[in-house]
Structure formats: C-alpha cells, structure tokens
Design a protein around this ligand. Structure first.
Ligand SMILES: [Zn+2]
Length: 110
C-alpha cells in the first residue's frame, strides 16, 4: 500500500510529505506537523515501527495544535479523555491512512 500523501486532522486538511535525509539533517527532526502550512513532514527512511510512531506522533501534534488554538486547558486525565475521541475521529475520517498504518504496524510492508 502506498504511503499516504494527505489526511484530515479534525477540520483541517494536511499534506503529508515524506522527507529525505537532507531534510532530517537540516531540521534535526524525524517529523514535524506545521499548523500554519498544514503540512506534516515525516522522515521517509526508518523501520516500519519508527515510521508508524513518528506518523502517530505528528498526528497527535495536529490534534494538540488544534486544541491549543482553541485555548483549552486541561489536566492530564481530561486531556487523555479528550484525545481518545479525537483519535477515533481521525481514523474515521482517514480510513485509507488507517489501513496503511495498521499494515505498517503489522509488518505487512508499505
Ligand atoms: Zn513532537
């Protein structure tokens, strides 16, 4: 299954860019979720587990950035309770991305 190139994070459509080592070296990042440009950058190289974790990490940033833009402050338990349905909404809104990610986690290749 091909790597996804777009996804929806709540009400925002994001482009997903698979970045080479030059980008990794210049930014010193494995991934980045840019709320302004609506681009999620992911290091293209790495084990399937590394890519799956980085991808989910950046999705969590997208959810978190939306939360911060809404200026909602929460304690730990409330934050976890808030994120759970957001993750469900993300997977519901991006079934092809979810299918790719599950395959990655299960070692079915890309
Ligand atoms: Zn981060």
């Amino acid at each position: 299954m091909n790597r996804p190139t777009k996804c929806r994070v709540l009400c925002h459509d994001y482009e997903i860019r698979w970045e080479d080592e030059a980008w990794v070296s210049s930014t010193e990042l494995r991934g980045q979720c840019n709320y302004v440009t609506k681009i999620i950058h992911i290091r293209a190289l790495g084990s399937p587990c590394e890519i799956a974790v980085t991808f989910l990490h950046e999705i969590m940033h997208g959810l978190e950035l939306t939360l911060n833009k809404l200026n909602i402050k929460m304690d730990y338990e409330d934050r976890v309770n808030f994120h759970s349905p957001l993750l469900v909404a993300f997977w519901r809104d991006n079934p092809a991305v979810f299918k790719w990610w599950v395959g990655l986690v299960n070692g079915e290749g890309e």
